[in-house]
Design a protein around this ligand. Structure first.
Ligand SMILES: NC(=O)C1=CN([C@@H]2O[C@H](COP(=O)(O)OP(=O)(O)OC[C@H]3O[C@@H](n4cnc5c(N)ncnc54)[C@H](O)[C@@H]3O)[C@@H](O)[C@H]2O)C=CC1
Ligand SMILES: O=C(O)[C@@H]1CCC=N1
Length: 286
C-alpha cells in the first residue's frame, strides 16, 4: 500500500479495537484518508481479534506491553475507543506516557473533557467526539467538542479525519449527550424500527427477503427524500398520507401508541444514561 497517496500523513492509534474503532478505521482506509500502515490497533488481550483486523485491513497491531507502550508514546493521534468502564484505568496509564505533540481523541460516551484531563493528570489537548457506526461506509455523523488546548491545526486534523467517514458537526460540549441520543445511538433506533417492519411484513405473508428489501429501500428512500428535496419530514409525511387513507390509519395507531413521545423519551433517556456513565467515571477519580 506504500505507493498509494493518502490524505493525512499522520500516525493514528486506536486504543481499544472493538466495533467503533473498526468502523472508523475501515472508513478511513477505504476512503484513502489513511494508509493501513499508518494505523495501529490494540486491545486489552484478545489476540485473535487483532489478527482478524490485520487480515481484514492490513493495519498494524500492538500486542505486547512494550509495543503498546511504544505506540502510546509516539503516535500522533490516539483514539480512545474502549468502553466507559475501562476508560479510567486506560487514561491513568496513558497520561505519563504522553508528550506534548500528541493529540488524544475520545469516542467514549459520557466521558467529559474535564474527566479526561484529570485522569491523564494534565491539561493535555483532548477532543471529545461522538461518532456512529455508519462511519464504516462513509455515512457517519460525528459531533466534536475540543478542549481549549487543542491547536487550530489539530482541530483541522480531527475534522478531516471524521469528515472522511461522514458528516461532522462541532458542538458545545454541553450538547454532546443529546447528540448521542440522536446520532450516536440513533442507528440502533432505526434498526429497531426496521426489525419491526420486517417482522410485520413476514407476518402478513411476504418472504423474509421481500420484507427486508422493501424495508431497506423504504428507509433509504425516505432519508434521501429529506436530504435531496430539502422538504421537512412533516411535509413529506403529509404527501404520503391521503385523507382517510391507509397511511392515516397507520399513523393513527402510532400516535395512539405515543410514538413521538416515546422517541423523545428514548432520546432523553439515552442522554441521561450517557451522563450517568460520565458521572460513574468522575467518581473513579476520587
Ligand atoms: N458502538 C457504537 O455504536 C458507538 C460506540 N461509541 C463508544 O465507543 C467505545 C467503544 O465501543 P465499542 O467499540 O462498541 O466497544 P467494544 O466492546 O466493541 O470495544 C472495546 C474495545 O476496547 C478494548 N479495551 C478495553 N480496555 C482496554 C485497555 N485497558 N487497553 C486497551 N484496550 C482496551 C477491548 O479489548 C475492545 O477491543 C465506547 O466507549 C462507546 O461509548 C461511540 C459511538 C458509537
Ligand atoms: O450504547 C452506547 O453506550 C454507545 C454510545 C453511542 C452508541 N453506542
Amino acid at each position: 500500500m506504500s505507493g498509494i497517496r493518502t490524505l493525512i500523513q499522520k500516525k493514528v492509534a486506536f486504543y481499544g479495537a472493538g466495533s467503533m474503532a473498526e468502523a472508523i478505521a475501515r472508513g478511513l482506509i477505504s476512503r484513502g484518508v489513511l494508509s493501513p500502515s499508518s494505523i495501529t490497533m490494540m486491545n486489552r488481550s484478545n489476540r485473535e481479534r487483532l489478527q482478524e483486523l490485520e487480515n481484514k485491513y492490513g493495519v498494524i497491531t500492538a500486542r505486547e506491553t512494550a509495543a503498546k507502550e511504544d505506540v502510546l508514546q509516539t503516535t500522533d493521534v490516539i483514539i480512545l475507543s474502549m468502553k466507559p468502564k475501562d476508560a479510567a484505568e486506560a487514561l491513568r496509564y496513558l497520561g505519563p506516557l504522553l508528550s506534548p505533540g500528541q493529540l488524544v481523541v475520545s469516542v467514549i460516551a459520557g466521558m467529559t473533557i474535564e474527566t479526561m484531563q484529570t485522569l491523564l493528570g494534565k491539561k493535555h489537548p483532548v477532543v471529545r467526539t461522538m461518532p456512529n457506526t455508519s462511519s464504516t461506509i462513509g455515512l457517519g455523523a460525528t459531533g466534536i467538542a475540543f478542549s481549549e488546548e487543542v491547536s487550530d491545526e489539530d482541530q483541522h486534523l480531527v475534522r478531516t479525519l471524521f469528515e472522511a467517514v461522514g458528516i461532522v458537526t462541532i458542538v458545545d460540549e454541553s450538547t454532546i449527550e443529546t447528540l448521542t441520543g440522536i446520532s450516536g445511538s440513533g442507528p440502533a433506533y432505526i434498526y429497531y424500527m426496521m426489525e419491526a417492519m420486517m417482522e410485520a411484513g413476514v407476518r402478513g405473508g411476504l418472504s423474509s427477503e421481500q420484507a427486508r428489501d422493501l424495508t431497506v429501500q423504504t428507509v433509504l428512500g425516505a432519508a434521501r427524500m429529506v436530504q435531496q428535496t430539502g422538504e421537512s419530514p412533516q411535509d413529506l409525511r403529509k404527501k404520503v398520507t391521503s385523507p382517510n387513507g391507509s397511511t392515516e390509519a397507520a399513523i393513527g395507531v402510532l400516535a395512539k401508541g405515543h410514538f413521538k413521545e416515546t422517541v423523545h423519551a428514548a432520546v432523553d433517556r439515552c442522554a441521561e444514561r450517557s451522563r450517568e456513565m460520565g458521572n460513574a467515571l468522575k467518581e473513579e477519580i476520587n
